[in-house]
Design a protein around this ligand. Structure first.
Ligand code: FA5
Length: 348
């Protein structure tokens, strides 16, 4: 067979192989075999040495033509196989955007945060500023400036965790009173603040006591503030928190930093005062401690107690949440049990 005929046959055979290739790897193998240095075309061209000088360039250029034709056929087949592979992959990975999505469960404020924010909103609406205090406090602000000098027996009611002899984790939010009073400029108006935050006590944990809980301190100081202002304010706040029909009553009490001091009860929001398990059949629920700021506390903060008077109160939002939602153990708030916390979810 002439070289020309051999090349023609090789071309026909190769084009057939290329056409029949089913996948890219196979096609690549065909390319390497056909066009490589040891491929059949090179092999056929070895016979060129026996040709005449006239025939040689013709066969040479014919061989080159075949090479480029095969190359082009391979490229075309490659594009075809790639397109087929892509549509196969796309078909396999089709997304059905009409399927319902999987819900992503978002975070939610803790129930105690919700209660505190609700109480904050009530006071902000009444013109109070919100002040942040320190959870790690000095003995000076936590006790002494609250009229609880060293060795005062009332310190026993609020034992705490000491970091050093003079540094402790605060037992109540009352030190914020002293820190705010000593900075207040009365030429700019009355001092009206609340201060929510964590407090700590060396209390034994039980259903109504936790060694870490929350308080919201309240303080108003100005000329002419009286017990009537305290009662009116707390009455309004309790109605906003527990309903318009609530009334409050004040009972005498004792705090070293207020004089006179009171415990404030709110009429039971469940039974309306008739007696039930929430109010332990008394018709009243104890809700906070309060009183008129002791003149000595004012004086220690540089305020003239013959000119200014004030009232203060300290409320336990943990207990408010327990009452509101019928939670019978305060420790539930701190156990991080989702089954408990999810009940207070405000958003999906
Ligand atoms: C005080 O801490 C005063 N500083 C409150 C105060 C402020 C009175 C300003 C007058 C003027 P008391 O120890 O009663 O008071 O605590 C206040 C509230 O904190 C209580 O009514 C109760 O709701 C809450 N509380 C006290 N101890 C615990 C505890 N271990 N666990 C949970 N809540 C508690």
């Amino acid at each position: 067979m002439s070289l020309q005929a051999q090349l023609e046959a090789l071309k026909a055979d190769s084009l057939k192989k290329i056409q029949e290739a089913l996948e890219l790897n196979g096609l690549n193998e065909i390319r390497v075999n056909l066009l490589g240095k040891k491929g059949p075309i090179t092999e056929v061209l070895r016979g060129m040495k026996d040709l005449t000088a006239e025939e040689r360039p013709k066969i040479g250029s014919f061989a080159n033509e075949i090479k480029s034709e095969l190359q082009a056929a391979i490229e075309a087949k490659k594009a075809e196989l790639e397109a087929a592979a892509l549509s196969k992959a796309l078909a396999a990975e089709t997304l059905d955007i009409t399927l319902p999505g999987k819900p992503i469960s978002g975070g939610n404020s803790h129930i105690l945060t919700q209660i505190m924010e609700e109480i904050e909103d009530i006071f902000v609406g009444m013109g109070y500023q919100i002040v942040e205090g320190y959870e790690v406090e000095s003995d000076h602000y936590n006790f002494e400036r609250m009229n609880l000098p060293k060795d005062h027996p009332a310190r026993d009611m609020q034992d705490t965790f000491y970091i050093s002899e003079d540094i402790l984790v605060r037992t109540h939010t009352s030190p914020v009173q002293a820190r705010t009073m000593e900075k207040h400029d009365f030429s700019k108006g009355a001092l009206k603040m609340i201060s929510p935050g964590k407090v700590f006590r060396r209390d034994t944990d039980d259903a109504t006591h936790s060694h870490q809980f929350h308080q919201i301190e309240g303080l108003v100081v100005d000329k002419g503030i009286t017990m009537a202002d305290l009662k009116g304010t707390l009455q309004a706040v309790m109605q906003k928190m527990f309903g318009e029909n609530r009334s409050i009553r004040l009972r005498p009490s004792y705090f070293p930093f207020t004089e006179p001091s009171v415990e404030v009860d709110v009429s039971c929001f469940k039974c309306g005062g008739a007696g039930c398990n929430v109010c332990k059949h008394t018709g009243w629920i104890e809700i906070l401690g309060a009183g008129m700021v002791h003149p000595r506390v004012l004086e220690m903060s540089g305020i003239d107690s013959t000119v200014y008077t004030g009232f203060a109160f300290g409320l336990g939002p943990d207990r408010v949440a327990m009452l509101r939602y019928g939670v019978n153990d305060i420790r539930n708030f701190y156990l991080n049990d989702q089954r408990f916390l999810q009940q207070f979810k405000t958003k999906e």
